[in-house]
Design a binder for this molecule. Structure first.
Ligand code: NDP
Length: 405
C-alpha cells in the first residue's frame, strides 16, 4: 500500500495530510517533513484531535528536513521509501526536491513552479528542463497541481475533451469573497502572494505575450456565491503551460479579485519600499524588506478560524463545437468555514491541498503515471474531475456565462 512523503508544514500541507488520512485505502502511511519540526507535530496533533481522521494519526510520521539541501531530502527519501513526494513547501525548493527525487528514484508532485529567490519570474523553463531526466529514469513529475495552477488546467483539458473541437480563448477567474476581519493579511504565503501581485501583468494573445502595468486592467464580474467583485488582470504561471498545451488557443488571461482596502494597503507598502526583494542595509546588516514584512503580517494559517465567506474559482472558455461558437464556464465554489471545520485550514489552503492529493491519487493509481515532467492539462482529465466531486471540490458548469470582454 502506498506511502507518501509530504514536504512543507504550512496551511496547504495541513489540508494534504487531513485528506490523505480521509483516504486510507490510497494512503497507508504519511511522512510529514519540514524545516520546523514543531509545525509538523502541530499538524499531526490536529489530525489526532479531529474526530473524522483521529484514528489515522498513528500512520503519520514527522521529520525535519531543509529541502533547499537536496542531499538531506535524498537521505529522508531513502529512509522513508515513499512512492511519491508531495512538495507543498515553497517554490524555491522545487529544483532541489526534483533533484532528490531523481537521485532516490521516486515520483514528484508540486503546486507551484520554481522561482529563483532573487527574481520573481513564474516560469516553467527550469522545471521543464528536467523532462528528459525524469523520462529516462521512468519517473513521473506532476507540476502545478493545486487549484490555479492545477484544477484550472484540468478544467481546460476537460473542456477540450468534452465540449470543444477548438478552444480559442481562456479566461481564468479567481475570486476570494472571504473576510477575515483584519486590516491586511494575505491568504497564502505573504512573500509569494505579494511577489505575484506586484509583478507586471501579462497575458497571451495571438502567439505573443502582452504586458500591462501591475493591476491596471480591471473588470467587474458577478461571481455565484459571492456577488459582483472587481477583478484584475495578473500574470499567473498556468498561462505559460496552457499556451503551449491547448492547441490553437489565441488568448489566455488570468483575473483575480482584490478589495479596495487590500489594494490600498498594498500600494502604501509598495510606495514605502516594504515589498522590495533586494536586500537593504539596516543597523549594519542586510535585510530583505519583503521578508521583514512577512514577519509582521499574520500567518495565513492563523486566518482559518477568522475567515467567513466563499471562494469561486473557474475557467471560461470560448471556441467552436461542430462548427458553431460555444462558451463554457466550469467553476468551483468553496466555503471557508466548511473547510476550516473539516481540516482546520481555510479555503485557499483547501482548494490547493485537495487537488494535490487528487493528483497524488492519479499518480499512485497509475491513471497519471507516465515517465517525464508534465503539467496537469497533459493528462486525462476524467478521473481527476470525478475525484474533485468526491473529495470536497464539486464543480458546476454554465453554457451561457456572463462574458468577460
Ligand atoms: P506556507 O508558507 O504556509 O508553508 C510553507 C511551508 O514550507 C512551511 O511549513 C515552511 O517551513 C516550509 N518550508 C519553507 N522552506 C523550507 C525548506 N527549505 N525546507 C523545508 N520546508 C520548508 O505556504 P502554503 O502552505 O500556503 O503554500 C504551500 C505551497 O502551495 C507554496 O508553494 C504556494 O506557492 C503553493 N500554493 C499554490 C496554490 C495553487 O493553487 N496552485 C495556491 C496557494 C499556494 P517554516 O515554517 O519553517 O518556514
Amino acid at each position: 500500500m502506498p506511502k507518501v512523503l509530504v514536504i512543507g508544514a504550512g496551511g496547504v500541507a495541513n489540508v494534504v495530510v487531513h485528506k490523505c488520512c480521509q483516504n486510507p485505502d490510497v494512503f497507508e502511511e504519511i511522512c510529514l517533513a519540514s524545516r520546523t519540526l514543531s509545525k509538523c507535530e502541530a499538524i499531526k496533533a490536529g489530525v489526532a484531535a479531529n474526530p473524522r481522521v483521529s484514528a489515522r494519526a498513528g500512520s503519520i510520521r514527522t521529520a525535519r528536513v531543509d529541502a533547499d539541501d537536496a542531499a538531506q531530502v535524498v537521505r529522508l527519501i531513502e529512509d522513508v521509501r515513499p512512492d511519491l513526494v508531495i512538495h507543498v513547501a515553497l517554490p524555491y525548493q522545487d529544483l532541489s526536491i526534483m533533484d532528490a527525487c531523481l537521485e532516490a528514484g521516486v515520483d514528484y508532485l508540486d503546486t507551484a513552479n520554481y522561482e529563483p529567490p532573487d527574481t520573481p519570474k513564474f516560469e516553467y523553463k527550469w522545471q521543464w528542463a528536467y523532462r528528459d531526466r525524469f523520462r529516462d529514469a521512468g519517473l513521473t513529475a506532476v507540476l502545478g497541481c493545486g487549484f490555479d495552477p492545477g484544477v484550472t488546467g484540468v478544467f481546460s483539458a476537460h473542456a477540450l475533451k468534452h465540449h470543444f473541437d477548438e478552444i480559442r480563448e481562456i479566461d481564468i477567474l479567481d475570486a476570494n469573497g472571504g473576510d477575515h476581519g483584519l486590516p491586511f493579511a494575505t491568504n497564502f504565503n505573504p512573500e509569494i502572494n505579494i511577489r505575484e501581485i506586484t509583478a507586471r501583468g501579462r497575458y497571451f494573445e495571438d502567439g505573443a505575450w502582452v504586458e500591462t502595468d501591475p493591476l491596471s486592467v480591471k473588470r467587474v464580474f458577478d461571481f455565484e456565491g459571492i456577488g459582483p467583485r472587481n477583478m484584475y488582470l495578473l500574470y499567473h504561471e498556468e498561462l505559460e503551460s496552457l499556451a503551449r498545451n491547448i492547441p490553437g488557443v489565441r488568448r489566455i488571461r488570468f483575473w483575480m479579485t482584490f478589495s479596495d482596502n487590500y489594494l490600498t494597503h498594498l500600494r502604501v507598502l509598495q510606495n514605502v519600499g516594504m515589498t522590495a526583494i533586494e536586500p537593504v542595509m539596516f543597523e549594519g546588516r542586510p535585510i530583505v524588506p519583503l521578508h521583514f514584512l512577512k514577519a509582521l503580517l499574520p500567518d495565513p494559517a492563523s486566518l482559518g478560524p477568522l475567515t467567513k465567506g466563499k471562494t469561486n474559482i473557474g475557467t471560461i472558455l470560448r471556441g467552436t463545437k461542430d462548427g458553431k461558437p460555444r462558451t463554457y464556464y466550469v467553476y468551483n465554489i468553496c466555503d471557508h468555514q466548511a473547510c476550516y471545520a473539516e481540516t482546520g485550514s481555510q479555503a485557499i489552503s483547501y482548494t490547493t491541498g485537495v487537488p494535490a492529493v487528487i493528483g497524488a491519487m492519479m499518480v499512485l493509481s497509475g491513471a497519471w503515471k507516465k515517465p517525464g515532467v508534465f503539467n496537469v492539462e497533459e493528462f486525462d482529465p476524467d478521473p481527476f474531475m470525478d475525484a474533485l466531486n468526491r473529495q470536497g471540490l464539486p464543480w458546476r458548469e454554465d453554457f451561457s456565462p456572463t462574458l468577460v470582454d
